[in-house]
Design a protein around this ligand. Structure first.
Ligand code: NAD
Ligand code: MN
Length: 488
């Protein structure tokens, strides 16, 4: 694993990628992209407006209808995806560096987790490309009835800044494997890895227009993509608030929508758990990715009789999570993505204190350039407090207590969200009972934050609908046609 700052030896891509070419915005607009670990400017990047979004959608539509894409054998589409995976792997260091420079997450995470997962996601869906097919159905009459699983057409993918490339590829890989074309809008906080990836898409030999990237703001480029009548589907990951807006806007063109939204996931520790493992899991569950993780275990529920023992361990671990230079190989807590997000997180800390929670450790901005916040643990939280209900999206843990299984399930379910949950117990029956009782799309037992390209991920309740990853994502990017052939 290489190390070092090395901002200088990466070549950033700063133009829009439309129809297979890198281009400036039609009106020449750009916006500033920042390195949050130094509060320094990384690049001025092309800012897509309505005209650029229209150009990208037209390119994607033309590519979708082209003979080149329509007649490409499914297995050859798979080969293109395998080739792209190989190219990403060959450029993995460079892409991981760009991700860390732009987002502030530890290089260790970008290089050892995000980027290897991007490669795996492409290989997983490359394998699916020629295994997506219909069925013949024994309907009544002298007739042959069969189905085809056809692509939707143009997919608009809109993604957040916390796992900029990985969450984009959760959508792009299955969409392409199913034969769609894509217009991707990365977050304005972190557009650089998606733009760099576009270079590799071109190199892999995808026809121009099959994959397009429009960097820009949600209110402008994002909204224009959602409004565009020639986009067939919006695949969105982001906040519940913006998800609501997208759902409303998509109604006017009956766009298909899938939404992966926020969370306030419970991590539930029973007294019979391996408390050492649980403390480790609770810590990683909230501080991995600076807590800017949709599935972050931001609410800790600990069985009263082991409260003191567990909290002592969790706090000792949190105190060791010193925020620092993301390129230092020992750093496990990086910079918050932006000043605005840092202020938001610190605002929640203030709120926690003013509502009467007990601050056990952390809570402050770190005195160094960039946007760093200490690993923060609140105890004596009650379920009605703001920090127990709202998604903070930062390194802030809220601890509550419970006394039995029913109470744990009820408390775990007591927010509008239902993205993920953790359960720590050595009792098999209890583990299943709680896992079944929790209204969440993912439940981890005696582990946390595990993902695999083959396993579905998505929300219950106001955490959204539709599933990324696994075979379930294929349903999000295909539609079924029923064909009847008269045989009489
Ligand atoms: P956000 O909702 O502000 O933005 C997400 C994306 O939507 C960005 O690309 C943004 O530019 C775009 N956007 C904003 N307004 C838009 C509009 N009106 N029309 C179209 N697009 C618009 O979210 P964020 O701050 O970038 O990311 C943090 C949020 O994402 C958190 O709530 C987090 O829980 C959620 N998230 C969810 C998952 C999941 O899988 N469920 C994963 C990661 C993050
Ligand atoms: Mn940035």
């Amino acid at each position: 694993m290489s190390n070092g700052r090395a901002a200088t030896d990466v070549q950033l891509q700063t133009q829009l990628f439309i129809g297979g070419e890198f281009v400036d915005a039609a009106d020449g607009s750009t916006f500033r992209v920042e390195n949050p670990a130094e509060a320094s400017t990384l690049a001025e990047v092309a800012e897509a407006g309505e005209a650029d979004v229209d150009r990208a959608v037209k390119a994607a539509r033309a590519a979708f209808e082209s003979k080149e894409w329509q007649r490409l054998a499914a297995r050859d589409r798979g080969l293109l995806l395998f080739r792209l995976a190989d190219l990403i792997e060959a450029h993995i260091d460079e892409l991981a560096r760009i991700e860390t420079l732009d987002n502030g997450k530890p290089f260790f995470e970008s290089r050892q987790i995000d980027l290897p997962d991007v490669v795996r996601v492409f290989r997983y869906y490359a394998g699916w490309a020629d295994k997506i097919h219909g069925e013949t159905i024994p309907v009544a009459g002298p007739v042959l009835n069969y189905t085809r699983r056809e692509p939707l057409g143009v997919v608009g993918a809109i993604v957040p800044w916390n796992f900029p490339l990985l969450l984009a590829m959760w959508k792009v890989a299955p969409a392409l494997a199913c034969g769609n074309t894509v217009v991707l809008k990365p977050s304005a906080e972190t557009p650089l890895s998606a733009l760099k990836l576009a270079e590799l898409v071109a190199e892999a030999g995808f026809p121009g227009g099959v994959f397009n990237v429009i960097s820009g703001f949600g209110s402008k480029a994002g909204a224009a993509l959602v409004r565009h009548p020639d986009v067939d589907k919006i695949a969105f990951t982001g906040s519940t608030e913006v998800g609501q807006e997208i759902m409303r806007e998509a109604a006017s063109t009956i766009k298909k929508v899938s939404l992966e939204l926020g969370g306030k996931s419970p991590n539930i520790v029973f007294a019979d758990a391996d408390l050492e493992a649980a403390a480790r899991g609770v810590n990683m569950g909230i501080f991995y990715g600076k807590g800017e993780v949709c599935a972050a275990g931001s609410r800790l529920f600990v069985e009263s009789k082991v409260h003191d023992e567990l909290m002592e361990n969790v706090v000792a671990r949190a105190k060791k999570m010193t925020p620092g230079d993301p390129f230092d190989k020992n750093t496990r807590l990086g910079a918050i993505v932006s000043e605005r997000q840092m202020e938001r997180v610190l605002g929640y800390v203030e709120r926690g204190v003013s509502e009467g929670a007990k601050l056990l450790t952390g809570g402050a901005r770190v005195d160094r350039p960039g946007y760093f916040v200490e690993a923060t643990v609140f105890d004596k939280v009650t379920s009605d407090m703001t920090i127990a209900q709202e998604e903070i999206f930062g390194p802030v843990l809220a601890a509550l207590t419970f006394d039995d299984v029913e109470e744990a399930i009820a408390l775990g379910n007591s927010t509008i969200y239902g993205l993920a949950a953790g359960v720590w117990t050595q009792d098999l029956k209890k583990a299943h009972k709680v896992a079944h009782g929790l209204r969440a799309g993912t439940v981890w037992v005696n582990t946390y934050n595990r993902y695999d390209a083959a396993s579905p991920f998505g929300g219950y309740k106001q955490s959204g609908f539709g599933r990324d990853l696994g075979m379930h994502a294929l349903e999000q990017y295909t539609q079924v046609k029923s064909i009847w052939i008269d045989l009489s």
